[in-house]
Design a protein around this ligand. Structure first.
Ligand code: ARG
Ligand code: GLU
Length: 715
């Protein structure tokens, strides 16, 4: 149930209190907006303990990990914890055939064994400020979208130049509430982040794609890193002389576990939500956009899955690509189904109807905002054919569904650099492209791609509207396929490199005759010339109206709490440990145990194999101090509103102790990016006791546990 537009304040209070859970809140506004509710849900801290500029607080233990995940500091020596899937690239980059850390895990015995990772960073938030009035000074309602934006840009540039901060700090200003509000972030980024430990994939990725987005879950999705600082404890580039960071705060770890109804807080960097879309837009996503992209991936993933099961070579080559395509694919399926099963569109429509009525109570507001929703309804209808066809073509040429198009895309960039900046531009671009080719060809299986190519070109014929179907696709037949996959320059790395090295002029004229390149360019031209221009014109109008819609909502309901859509900035979300009913007659419990790992065990299977050491510990029930009534907890769920980017986020108890690491959502609730429903939206966390058990009992890395501060808040 959404709480977005309730009108009466008293009603809002009762209503939001009983349906709390929705929202990704700004840490610096908790005191005024959330503290009372959080306490009513069981929190024992104050807002100041979570976010403070003056004293160490929880926020000082939270970092943006590489800009794509969250991590938390858990010792006074800069030890940080994140997900295995967040550390995956780092773990993989240190792996070789002889020491395969993905397969076997990795545990640094001493600090000198901790492994540096070029390009990986950890960003702390020093302070957040509302700078809306300064950023919007001079902006008035009569301005066009363009005029408004350039005024804002000028103000932001001036502000950033004058912000008080240290030399080692950065500042940025980001728009919130569709560009109605602006907040400034002062940050410190540490660029020496080393790998400390990771369990084998059979723990860290247990269940892999089959279990992904699914509850009940049994994955030990964690890895350990350490932040290193210069001699003054300030950010420094990598150096062997750097010292472990002394943090302003680190999270104590609770050994007391969770009970039904416990307060939980998740602190991190959620990426993107669209919580204030009108019903017409949500309907379009559920009915048109999600099915369009799911349809393309159904085909490519189906082929890849069959081929991966044929032999180990295919499996290894395609695993990463498959996992990344399947992750969004599975989420979209859950999202579309969840929107339908919760009646999201009808519910938002009802809210809109109420909004229109409330608007009419105030003449001025009605005159200013009354046309927004009718116009949005019209514009979303107009944009639909463009949005639909774009989605399909983007999947075909942009995703990694058809692999050979990744190569033609490189080639297109090469040619463009040559046209735009001659030999110099070409040389620069080709060194970038050449650097990627080894990786590409390692995972490239032309016979699999050929099959995907055939199936998807047929799919495009069936699904694209006639006016957007490039006729060249009709020429795809055995000869052309033979050319693309057996004879062309894409067929071998050596041939491609040879042609790239012949220079921009030669490559340009050569590619004029190349079949795959022509097909790619025709698809791209449909996108760039027939679809995007119209799409962008309509979309600009939509974005402008969405900004006004947000203003209208806030004006019409001045007493209501609104939270801004996620935008990769630091947020707090809170909920409770809660069961849910995914379907009629089915109830899901909140906690899983190691027994469930053993239930799912399939010897030798790449998703459900179990490490012999783990089996032994299970058989001997050798769980150390980490068990609960003789059973070892593995994962749990709660009603925290999270999204992509919250991976690795700490789950924190009522007192500020770490109880788990967020890593996923339940499938039935993945529509929460658009529409949160507390009855079925749950986030999934690894129980911190499983993490400690794996580090201590499974890996024997007890020196790491000794660094941490273990507490018993419930005792
Ligand atoms: N679904 C989680 C997320 O969106 C986990 C993804 C990684 N795991 C996997 N099996 N692909 O990031
Ligand atoms: N696995 C996601 C991530 O990488 C978190 C799951 C979600 O989308 O909620 O951030």
């Amino acid at each position: 149930m959404s709480i977005r537009f309730s009108a009466l304040l008293s009603f809002v209070l009762i209503y939001t209190f009983s349906f709390a859970g929705e929202g990704m809140w700004l840490p610096f506004l908790l005191k005024s907006m959330n503290e009372a509710e959080m306490k009513s849900m069981g929190m024992k801290m104050n807002a100041e303990d979570i976010y403070s500029v003056n004293q160490g607080s929880l926020k000082d233990a939270i970092v943006h990990f590489g800009g794509f995940c969250t991590a938390e500091v858990i010792s006074d020596k800069g030890l940080i914890l994140t997900n295995h899937h967040c550390g995956y690239d780092a773990i993989q980059s240190h792996s070789t055939l002889e020491s395969n850390y993905l397969k076997e895990g990795y545990w640094a015995e001493r600090m000198s064994d901790e492994k540096p990772n070029q390009g990986l960073y950890a960003t702390f938030i020093v302070r957040i400020e509302d700078v809306t009035s300064k950023v919007t000074s001079g902006v008035d309602a009569g301005m066009t979208a363009k005029e408004r934006q350039s005024m804002i840009d000028v103000n932001i540039a001036r502000l950033l130049a004058s912000i008080p901060k240290e030399a080692y700090q950065e500042a940025s200003i980001k728009p919130f509430f569709e560009g109605n509000d602006f907040y400034m972030f002062v940050t410190e980024t540490y660029r020496d982040v080393r790998l400390v430990g990771a369990p084998p994939e059979s723990i860290g990725k247990f269940g892999a794609d089959t279990d992904n987005w699914v509850w009940p879950r049994h994955t030990g999705d964690f890895s350990l890193f350490r932040i290193y600082a210069g001699p003054d404890n300030k950010p420094a580039e990598y150096s062997p002389d750097n010292k472990p960071l002394k943090p302003r705060h680190f999270l104590p770890i609770s050994l007391d576990g969770i009970d039904e109804g416990d307060f939980t807080l998740v602190f991190g960097f959620p990426g993107k939500t669209n919580q204030y879309l009108p019903a017409v837009a949500v309907d379009q996503i559920a009915r048109v956009i999600d099915p369009a992209r799911i349809g393309v991936r159904d085909i490519s993933l189906g082929i890849m899955d069959r081929r991966m099961r044929e032999n180990e070579d295919n499996r290894l080559a395609l695993a990463v690509k498959y996992a990344s395509l399947a992750n969004s694919w599975k989420k979209w399926i859950g999202e579309a189904q969840g929107l339908i099963s919760t009646g999201a569109v009808e519910n938002i429509q009802a809210e809109e109807k109420k909004f229109m009525m409330d608007l009419q109570k105030n003449k001025t507001n009605n005159a200013t905002y009354g046309e927004i929703l009718p116009k949005l309804n019209q514009l979303y209808k107009e944009i639909e054919p463009y949005a639909y066809n774009r989605t399909i073509i983007a999947e075909a040429i942009g995703g990694s569904n058809i692999e050979v198009f990744k190569l033609t895309q490189y080639a297109e960039r090469l040619i463009r650099s040559f046209k735009e900046s001659g030999n110099q531009g070409y040389t620069q671009m080709s060194s970038r492209v050449l650097a990627q080719l080894d990786d590409f060809y390692d995972g490239y299986r032309p016979e699999v791609d050929r099959e995907v190519f055939v199936a998807l070109t047929a799919h495009l014929k069936e699904k694209l509207s006639n006016e957007f179907y490039p006729s060249i696709l009709a020429t795809v037949g055995p000869n052309l396929l033979k050319n693309i996959y057996d004879e062309s320059i894409w067929a071998s790395k050596e041939k491609l490199i040879e042609h790239i090295n012949q220079g921009g002029g030669a490559l340009t004229s050569f590619l004029e005759q190349d079949a795959a390149f022509q097909i790619y360019m025709e698809l791209k031209n449909v996108m760039d010339q027939k679809l995007s221009p119209s799409y962008n014109v309509i979309n600009d109008q939509i974005q402008f109206l969405l900004t006004q819609y947000m203003t209208a909502l806030k004006t019409t309901y001045p007493d209501q709490r609104f939270w801004p859509d996620a935008n990769n900035t630091m947020r707090v979300t809170y909920g409770q440990v809660e069961e849910y009913e995914p379907r009629d007659g089915v109830e899901y419990k909140t906690q899983t145990y190691l027994d469930g790992v053993m239930e799912k065990y399939v010897p030798g299977d790449y998703e459900f194999d179990v490490h012999p050491k783990l089996i032994q510990l299970y058989n001997e029930k050798d769980y150390g101090p980490y068990a609960e009534n003789g059973k070892l907890p593995v994962c749990f769920i709660a009603s925290n509103h999270t999204t992509g980017g919250n991976s690795g986020s700490p789950a924190i108890d009522a007192y500020g102790n770490l109880i788990g690491i967020n890593f996923d959502r339940v499938w039935e609730g993945t529509m929460s990016d658009l529409y949160y429903d507390r009855s079925i939206c749950r986030n999934i966390m690894v129980d911190i006791r499983y993490v400690l058990f794996v580090v201590d009992k499974f890996a024997g890395a007890s020196h790491l546990v000794e660094e941490m501060k273990l507490v018993h808040p419930k005792a």
